[in-house]
Design a protein around this ligand. Structure first.
Ligand SMILES: [Zn+2]
Length: 130
């Protein structure tokens, strides 16, 4: 027996895994619309600089869109990393454990957000602190 404390059924984990893989595929597809994958590093993308033309307003639009793409890329890359980490934990054990209290996270919460890393009780406690 492993030391995995989670009580999730294989069916539940399979469902979550399918959701995560689906999200991963969507994210990668979206990222490739405005970013290039770094061939040397897994899950690392770089936003590409758009090219609309050489006029001044076109150049300005390029810079403006590039800035938007950069932050978009950063957010999506972070989400992708969370998704991959969750997938990793499903395979190796430890998925769905709250990082604060080490209890299992509510299934309802995981179904709504498969990358959740804290249970509702801890999440609430933290949100109220801020
Ligand atoms: Zn907790």
């Amino acid at each position: 027996m492993t030391k995995d404390k989670t009580k999730f059924s294989p069916e539940f984990l399979a469902k979550i895994k399918a959701m995560l893989l689906d999200e991963k595929a969507k994210l990668e597809k979206e990222l490739l619309k405005f970013a290039k994958k770094d061939p040397n590093q897994e899950d690392d993308y770089s936003a590409t600089f758009p090219n609309y033309g050489d006029k001044e307003d076109e150049n300005a639009a390029e810079v403006a869109d590039y800035v938007v793409n950069l932050s978009l890329e950063e957010n999506m890359e972070k989400t992708l990393r969370d998704v991959n980490q969750s997938l990793d934990r499903i395979d190796k054990g430890g998925y769905g454990i709250c990082k604060y209290c080490h209890n299992s996270i509510e299934e309802k919460r995981l179904l709504a957000r498969p990358t959740s890393s804290s249970c509702m009780t801890c999440k609430k406690a933290i949100t109220q602190e801020v």
